[in-house]
Design a protein around this ligand. Sequence first.
Ligand code: MGD
Ligand code: MGD
Ligand code: SF4
Ligand code: MO
Length: 790
Amino acid sequence: MNDEQVQVHYRACNICEACCGVEVQHRGEEILAIRGDRLDPLGRGHVCPKAVALKDLQEDPDRLRHPVRRTADGWERISWEEAFHEVVANLERIREQHGRNAIGFYAGNPTAHNHGALLLLPFFVKVLHTKGRFSATSVDQLPHMLAAMEMFGNQAMFPIPDIDRTDFFLCIGANPVASNGSIMTAPDIVNRFKALQKRKGRLVVIDPRRTETAEMADAHHFVRPGTDAMLVAALINVLFAERKVKPGRVAEFTNGIETLQKQVRPFTPEAVAPHVGMAADAIRALALDFAAAKSAVAYCRVGTCTSAWSALSAWLVYALNVVSGNMDRPGGVMFPKPAIDVVALAALAGETGHFNAWQSRVSGLPEFGGEFPAVCMAEEILTPGDGQIRAMITHAGNPVLSTPNGRQLDEALASLDFMVAIDIYINETTRHAHIILPPTGVFEHTQFDPVFHAVAVRNTVRFAPAMLPKPEGALHDWEILLELTTRLASRDLPSTLAAKAMRSVVRALGDEGLVDLAIRLGPYGNRAGIVDRLDDLLLNNGFSGPLYTRLRRQLIERLLAMPKVRELLATSPYGTEKKPEGGLTLAKIKAHPHGVDIGPLEPSLPERLSTPDKTIELAPDLYAADMAKLAATLAQPPADGLLMIGRRHVRSNNSWLHNSYRLVKGKNRCTAMINPHDAKALGIDDGAEVEVSTRVGAIRLPAEVTDAIMPGVVSVPHGFGHDRDGVELSVAREVAPGASMNDITDERLHDPLTGMAIINGVPVQVRALAPRAERAATKKGRPRRVAAPR
Ligand SMILES: Nc1nc2c(c(=O)[nH]1)N[C@H]1C(S)=C(S)[C@@H](COP(=O)(O)OP(=O)(O)OC[C@H]3O[C@@H](n4cnc5c(=O)[nH]c(N)nc54)[C@H](O)[C@@H]3O)O[C@H]1N2
Ligand SMILES: Nc1nc2c(c(=O)[nH]1)N[C@H]1C(S)=C(S)[C@@H](COP(=O)(O)OP(=O)(O)OC[C@H]3O[C@@H](n4cnc5c(=O)[nH]c(N)nc54)[C@H](O)[C@@H]3O)O[C@H]1N2
Ligand code: SF4
Ligand SMILES: [Mo]
C-alpha cells in the first residue's frame, strides 16, 4: 500500500494547442485523477477526453525509458554515453564523407509543445548547418506563416480571432469543436461559440463535411475541396463591388488596396459558384452579412492550408479581415502580446522569416524559414548525387504517417546509412532508426508554452514545475538536444570554447533559467540585473582570467553591442505597461499555479508591424502570378471525380495517441465517410470494406455512408496505419490499427508556389470490396498488455 499523501498538481495539458489547465491528483507516482482546473484564466476548467490520456502516456509500458539500439535480434537497451557516442560518430562520419547537407533533420508537431526543445532547437539547427531541414510546418501552417511574413513583416505574427467579443465567426476549413482550435488557442471553444450565439452573434462554417462545428453553427455551406481561394476572393470581390470595403483605422498604414481590388475582379460569385459548389446568391449574401456585422472574424485552418492554392487562401482570409475593417480591433483579429513575445524575440534575432532564398536539390522546391517542404524529403534521400541525404535525425515527428506518400518515405528511411530519432515510441517512423533517444515523460518535466500563448485569444501565462521526479538517468528533450549540439559543435568548430561555454551556461540556467530570461525580456518583464545574472553565470561556472574575458566578449558584449538589445534592455527596468508590481519574472508566475491573467487582446498596429515601411502589405507581389493563374482556371469546366479530405476526432491526436486504450476503444473511427449518393452509384453499403486508391497506392477500410459529407467527397482520418512491421505500439496495433491516408496522398501534389502538401482534396478512386466488413476493432476486448516497461 502506498501511504503517501494525496497531492494536487496544476499544469497545462500539452497535447493540443488549447493548453487547457488541468488539476492532477496523485499519490507519489500514482496518478489518481485528472480534471479541468477551474481557476485557469484561459481554459476555465474545460478539458477534453484526451486530458486523462496524459496518465496513459506517463504509464504506457510501450513508452521508451532508455536509449535503445536496433540489432538483428530486436532493440537493445544501451547507456546514454554509448548512444551519444554512436550517434555523434555516425553523423560525423557521414558529414566528413559527404558534407553537411548529407544529414537531414525533421521536427514534428510535439516539438512546438515543448519549451525546452524549442529553446535548444535554434542552437541544434545551427550546428547541423544543413540545408536538409524539414518539419510538420509544410503539412500544416506554412501558408499562414508566409502570409504573416508578407503582410506584416514577421512569420510569427498571426492575427488571432477575438472570439470572446466578435459578432460573426466565419470558420473555413477548420473544425475547432473537434480539434479545440489551431493558431487560435481557445480552450472551452464550445462555450465560447455558445456565448457568441447568446449575444446574437453568428457562427458560419465552410466545410465539405457537416462537422461537429458545423452542427452547432448558425449556417453551414458545403464547398468543394481546394476552392477556398476562389470563394474568399469572391467574398472580397463582393465587398468591393458593393462598396463595403472599409478598412477603418488601419487604412492609414495599409498598401495595395487597389491592387487587391484588381486581383479579385475576375472572381465574381457567378464565376466561382460552379467550382466552389455554393450558389452565387449564397456567396453574395455571406459577404454582405460578414460586412454588416458590427465586428467579424474570418478564420481558416488545416482544410484550407493543406488543399489546392493554400498560399493564396491563407493570405486572402487575412486580407478579408483587413478590407472589412476587422484587422487589429476588438471583435476582429488582433495580435497577442504574451509574457514571452516570440514575435519581438524573432525580430530581435533577425529571424522574421525568409522564403525561396534557395531551392531543393532534386525538384527545386523553395525553402521556407530554412526548411524544405516535406513532400520532397523522400526524394532527397532516395535520389543519388551530391548533397543526397544519407542520415536523418527526427525530433518528435512521425512523417511516415503524417506526410504524403508515407510508403515511399518508409522505403527512403529504410535506405539510410544512419538514422536517430528523439522520440518516446517505436512507431512507423522511428522503427527505421538505428538509435532512439527517449526524453522524460510528460509529468517528469516542467511545462510552459511559448508558442501557444502567442496565438491565444487572451493574454495569459502559466508555468508548471515537474510533477514527478526525473527518473534516475533520464534526460529531458532539451538536455538530449544540448548534448548533441555541444558534441557535434565541439568536433566541428575551430574553437570549442564557445560550445563548452554554451553548454555550461545553458546547463546552469536550465530550462527554467532560459524561460525566466525570455520572460524578463518580454513586454511585461523585469529587466533588472539581466546582464549581471549572465555574468555571474560565467563566473560561477569556473571561467576566470583571460578565458572569462574572452567569453564575456563573445557572449555578453556582443549582445550588448546590438542596438535593438540595448533598446530592449532600456525600455524599463520594471517592465512596461500592465506590469505586475515590479515586472514579471518566472518566480512571480510560479507563485500563481493556475496561471496569470494579463488581459484581453488589444490593438497594437502599426507599432508592431515589421514590414520595412511599417505598413500592412495587402497585396504582396508574391501572390500576383498565382492569382492570375487561379483566375485562368475559372474558365475551365469544374473538376469532377471523388476528392479525399482528412478528419480529426476529439479522442485522437495526429498519429501518436492511439496507444491509449481508453481513447481508442469502441467504434472504429478510421472509416471512409462517403455520401449516400456516391455510395449508391458505387454499390457501397454502410460498413462495407472499400478500397481507396491513387497513383501512389491503395488502402482498405470500412465505408461510413453519411449525408454529413458532401457528394463527391470522401473523408478519411490521418494518423492511423499502425500495423506496419516492427511498430511497438501494442494497443494501437491491436485495437485501432486502421489505414494511413498518407499511404495514398501524393507527394507530387503540392502548391506550386510553396511546395505545401496537398493532403485535402486529393483525387481518389473508391471501390467496394466486400459487403459489410466486420468492424473488428470494436468487438475485441481490452488487449492483454505483454510489453514490459523499457
Ligand atoms: N482531437 C484532435 N485535436 C487536434 C489534433 C488532432 O489530431 N486531434 N491535431 C492538432 C493539430 S496538429 C492541428 S494543426 C489542429 C488542426 O485543427 P483544424 O484545422 O481545426 O482541424 P481539422 O479537423 O483538420 O479541420 C479541417 C477541416 O477542413 C475541412 N476541409 C478539408 N478540405 C477542405 C477544403 O478544401 N476547404 C474547406 N473549406 N474545408 C476543408 C475538413 O472537413 C475539416 O473539417 O488540430 C489540433 N488539435
Ligand atoms: N493527411 C493528413 N496528413 C496530415 C494532417 C492532416 O490533416 N491530414 N495534419 C498535418 C498536421 S496539422 C500535423 S501537425 C502533422 C503532424 O506530423 P508529425 O509531427 O510528424 O506527427 P505526429 O503524429 O504529431 O507525431 C509526433 C511524434 O512525436 C512523438 N512525441 C510525442 N511527445 C513527444 C515528446 O514530448 N518528445 C519527443 N521527443 N517526442 C514526442 C510521438 O511519439 C510521435 O512520434 O501531420 C500532418 N499530416
Ligand atoms: S483540448 Fe484536450 S488535448 Fe487539447 S489541451 Fe485541452 S485537454 Fe489537452
Ligand atoms: Mo498541426
